[in-house]
Design a protein around this ligand. Structure first.
Ligand code: UD1
Ligand code: CA
Length: 479
């Protein structure tokens, strides 16, 4: 029985990333829904591999905890001192002494790389029967990157670091992306021959290419179709450039799949979000986490959705929502704040300046204006008047309020939980309700109104109010 040769991914993630100037290690910096390392692990899981080793070092505890949570199948390998990329891979292979087949090396700070590009690298590597294959890229400004030195036939001779390069070599614009495929056995042998006799006093992984080539082993080059995919980042300015590139790539893909984005330059969609064809996203929106948006829903302008589900035909205008489920044809906003546990059934409404938390609205239920709805169940077709407060917290406990189907709560009401308004019941405007209102009853807690005749003339003489009252009096006498 023939078996496909095994593939192992080694992700280099031990470096500190000093120039980020952050308490968070570089590889854990966030980028549109995943950490830098998270994006790289996503690539690792998308290509066919048998195992993934992640070399950790700087803040290894923090990176290890991230791995345990986000990629439990990946094996962390500790590189206690960062003596270079060659040293890092050597330590990874030492942790897997039985390893044969192909080793793919990825860099923890190159998040734009696509699985397709790694597959292309692997295809070139396998077709050439190569001992080692590097992913290179043609760039206008090679900066401090390693250069790919080719011989007169165009074959790879060696890879040279900027700091060790000659004047002439520095003019080469084909750079080393730091992404490679290797034959595991030959890689292990070559790593044993690395020296630290170079400008940085480190074991360079790149030297493996010169070693293998000089031994007569075939080494190959895959030139990346899109150079930007190989970009790493060293500081926050570079990270923000990667963020724009990733935003554009994500937005282009959604537009090509049928989503209408009215202003892609101000639309920030995490890599983890999904949208259906014919969903609409207006200007200035941020969609993140596990958010999903169904067809014909209209989001924005000026809306943030975090871990929020939006069903077909819903509209969500100028809203901040976290952890809410917005049902079909429901309407939300403008200026609404939806918090976790908010569930809106079909055609229900959350209007302007409404905050909702742990609130279930039944089909067609309406909370149109200026309301706080905390810990509540509101029945289908119920209507909650402007300025209603669901007082869910007594200073110690949170309690729930239940409003029955087609109940009507007048404006400026306080519903003091736990309390239940029965189906079809009414609550008079301005009431503070602490006792249940049975089905079909009217609950009123207001004092009776009394009018004190002539009060303004007696108590506020000479004011504009007194003058207006006197004028109204004369007019009514004339009628
Ligand atoms: C490396 C390459 C260079 C290439 C560039 C692409 C070498 C010698 N040079 O340079 O040719 O153009 O990447 O970005 O390989 N790391 C460890 N342990 C270490 C050192 C590094 O895990 O001891 C990790 C880093 O965290 C990083 C990756 O390896 O994820 C690359 O290291 P970095 O220091 O950025 O390498 P460069 O000097 O930029
Ligand atoms: Ca680098």
């Amino acid at each position: 029985m023939s078996q496909a040769p095994s593939r192992t991914v080694v992700v280099l993630a031990a470096g500190e990333g000093k120039r980020m100037k952050s308490a968070t290690p570089k590889v854990l910096q966030p980028l549109l829904g995943r950490t830098l390392l998270g994006h790289v692990l996503h690539v690792a899981s998308a290509i066919h591999t048998d195992r993934t080793l992640v070399v950790v070092g700087h803040k290894a505890d923090q990176v290890g905890a991230f791995l345990a949570d986000a990629a439990p199948d990946a094996t962390p390998v500790l590189q206690a001192e960062q003596n270079g990329t060659g040293h890092a891979v050597r330590i990874a292979l030492d942790a897997a002494p039985e390893l044969t087949g192909t080793v793919v090396v990825l860099s923890g700070d190159v998040p734009l790389l696509r699985p397709e590009t790694v597959e292309a690298l692997l295809t070139t590597h396998e077709r050439a029967g190569a001992a080692a294959t590097v992913l290179s890229a043609e760039v206008a400004e090679p900066g401090g990157l390693g250069r790919v030195v080719r011989d007169k036939n165009g074959h790879l001779e060696r890879i040279v670091e900027q700091k060790d390069a000659t004047e002439e070599e520095r003019r080469i614009r084909e750079i080393n992306s730091g992404i490679y495929a290797f034959d595991a056995v030959l890689l292990r042998e070559a790593l044993g021959k690395l020296s630290t006799d170079n400008a940085q006093g480190e074991e360079y992984l790149t030297d493996v290419f010169g070693i293998l080539a000089s031994q007569g082993h075939p080494v190959a080059i895959e030139v990346a179709e899109f150079a930007y995919e190989t970009l790493g980042c060293n500081d926050r300015a570079e990270l923000s450039r990667l963020r724009v590139l990733m935003r554009d790539r994500i937005n282009d893909a959604w537009m090509r799949s049928g989503v209408l984005l009215l202003d892609p330059a101000t639309t920030w969609i995490d890599a983890t979000v999904t949208l259906e064809a014919d969903a609409v996203v207006e200007q200035n929106c941020k969609l993140s986490g596990t958010t999903t948006v169904a067809r014909d829903a209209v989001i924005g302008p000026d809306t943030t959705l975090i871990d929020t589900t939006v069903a077909e035909g819903a509209t969500v205008l100028r809203t901040h929502s976290i952890g809410a489920r917005i049902g079909p044809e429901a309407t939300v906003g403008p200026f609404s704040f939806l918090r976790p546990g908010t569930t809106l059934a079909r055609k229900s409404k959350i209007g302007g300046f409404v905050e909702a938390k742990n609130a279930e609205l039944g089909e067609g239920a309406k909370v149109p204006h200026l309301t706080y709805v905390g810990d509540a169940t509101i029945g289908a077709k119920a209507n909650i008047g402007a300025g209603t407060i669901f007082a869910n917290y007594d200073g110690v406990r949170k309690s729930r309020t239940v409003v029955g189907e087609a109940a009507f709560v007048g404006s400026d009401t306080v519903l003091i939980a736990p309390v239940e308004i029965g189906p079809g019941a009414y609550v008079a405007a301005g009431s503070a309700v602490a006792q249940d209102v049975p089905a079909g009853n009217l609950g009123v807690t207001r004092a009776q109104q009394r009018n004190i005749e002539g009060w303004v003339a007696r108590k506020r003489p000479g004011t504009v109010s007194a003058a207006a009252a006197e004028a109204a009096d004369i007019t009514s006498e004339q009628e």
